[in-house]
Design a protein around this ligand. Structure first.
Ligand code: ADP
Length: 334
C-alpha cells in the first residue's frame, strides 16, 4: 500500500481512531462546514429532535467518517456505520432501518453505490420515517408498512453529482469538504504528535504538512512514519531533519509525490518529450497497468498542475520539468 494513498487501508481503522477529533470544536479546517453544521445541530438540540439528514461530499481521507462520529457525539445519539456497497438488497437496508433507535445516526458511506431498490426504500424512510417490509414471496407477497422512530442519515459520497436527485433532495444540509491548507494540516499534525506522545517543532510539522496532499489521512500516516524514524534514531522530537530523512526513506518527496508519481513524470518528460502520449503507452513505460496510472497517479499530478489531459493524450506542464529540476523545453511539445 502506498503511503500517500488517501483511501484507508486494511486494518488502519484502529490507528486512525485514536487521532479522530471527538467534538466539532476540535476540528481543524473546513471552517464553513463546521459553522454550518454547528448551527444545524444546535437548532435540533433546542427543538429536542434528531438533526436533519446530512450529506457530506468530498474526496477520501478528508473527514467524512469523522464528522459522522462527531454529529452523533454532539447529539448524544448512538451511531450505526454501514456503506452503500454493503447494502446489496433492499432487505439488508430494511433490517437496518427497522432496528434503529430514536435519534440514532445512520452513517452511510459511499451512499452513491447503493442498489436502486435500496435507494428508493431509503428516501421513503428519510422522508416519512416509514419502511415497507415485504412478507412472503411471489404472488402472495404483501408489503407491510412499518413506522420508524425519527433518526438522522449522514450520507457520504466522493461526488454528490453521482446521487440521483430524489435522494439528494432528502438531505436538509449538504457539506462539501475540500482539501486542507498546509496551515490546517499543520495544526492537525501538531495536535496528533502530542496524542502519539512525541514532541515536535514547527519546522518538522510544516515539513510533513507540505507533503500530505491536503489530506489529513495521509498527514497522519506520514506522521507515524516520522515518529518511528525519530524514536529509532533516539531523537526526542520531530524536527525538520527527522521529517526529511524519514520521508526520503519512504520515497515521499517535497510536494508529496511518491515513486510512481515521479516515474510517470519522468517518462512523460524524458521518453515522450512532454507528450501528448496515450495513457496505455505511458503506463507501459512505467511498467504499470493503465488503470493504476489513471486512478492512482494521475489525479494528484493533474490537481497539482504537473500534467494535463488533452484529447491526444497526457502532456507534461512546465511545472513537471521544474519539479524534476530541469529547464522546460523552450517550444513545448504539442
Ligand atoms: P473520510 O471518511 O472522508 O475518508 P476520515 O473521517 O476517515 O475520512 O478521516 C481520515 C483521518 O483523518 C482520520 O484519522 C481523522 O482523524 C483525520 N481527520 C480528518 N479530518 C480531520 C480534521 N478536520 N481534523 C483532524 N483530523 C482529521
Amino acid at each position: 500500500p502506498r503511503l500517500v494513498d488517501p483511501v484507508a487501508g486494511e486494518g488502519e481503522g484502529a490507528a486512525d481512531a485514536a487521532l479522530r477529533p471527538k467534538r466539532l470544536a476540535d476540528l481543524a479546517g473546513q471552517d464553513r462546514v463546521r459553522d454550518q453544521l454547528s448551527l444545524v445541530l444546535e437548532a435540533a438540540r433546542r427543538r429536542g429532535a434528531p438533526a436533519d439528514h446530512v450529506l457530506l461530499s468530498g474526496p477520501p481521507g478528508l473527514g467524512k467518517t469523522t464528522l459522522a462520529m462527531i454529529i452523533a457525539g454532539e447529539m448524544g445519539a448512538p451511531l450505526r456505520i454501514t456503506s452503500g456497497p454493503a447494502i446489496q438488497h433492499a432487505g439488508d437496508l430494511a433490517a437496518i432501518l427497522s432496528s434503529l433507535a430514536e435519534g440514532e445516526v445512520l452513517f452511510l458511506d459511499e451512499i452513491h453505490r447503493m442498489s436502486r431498490a435500496a435507494e428508493e426504500m431509503l428516501y421513503l424512510a428519510m422522508e416519512d420515517f416509514r419502511v415497507d417490509v415485504v412478507v412472503g414471496k411471489g404472488p402472495g407477497a404483501t408489503a407491510i408498512p412499518l413506522e420508524l422512530p425519527p433518526f438522522t442519515v449522514v450520507g457520504a459520497t466522493t461526488r454528490s453529482g453521482l446521487l440521483p436527485a430524489p435522494l439528494r433532495d432528502r438531505f436538509g444540509f449538504t457539506g462539501h469538504l475540500d482539501y486542507y491548507t498546509a496551515g490546517d494540516l499543520a495544526s492537525i499534525l501538531a495536535r496528533n504528535a502530542t496524542l502519539l506522545g512525541v514532541e515536535s517543532d514547527a519546522d518538522g510539522i510544516r515539513e510533513i504538512a507540505g507533503r500530505s496532499r491536503g489530506t489529513p489521512r495521509i498527514a497522519n500516516r506520514l506522521l507515524r512514519r516520522v515518529r518511528d524514524w525519530s524514536q529509532v534514531h533516539g531523537h526526542h522530537r520531530i524536527t525538520r531533519e527527522a521529517a526529511q530523512e524519514a520521508l526520503a526513506l519512504f520515497d515521499v518527496d517535497l510536494v508529496g509525490l511518491d515513486r510512481l508519481d515521479r516515474a510517470v513524470l519522468e517518462a512523460l518528460c524524458h521518453r515522450f518529450d512532454g507528450g501528448p502520449v496515450g495513457l496505455t503507452t505511458l503506463a507501459v513505460a512505467v511498467g504499470e497497468e493503465a488503470d493504476t496510472v489513471e486512478t492512482v497517479a494521475e489525479p494528484y499530478l493533474v490537481r497539482e498542475g504537473f500534467m494535463v489531459r488533452t484529447p491526444r493524450g497526457r502532456a507534461a506542464t512546465p511545472a513537471a520539468w521544474q519539479h524534476l529540476g530541469e529547464e522546460p523545453p523552450s517550444s513545448p511539445a504539442g
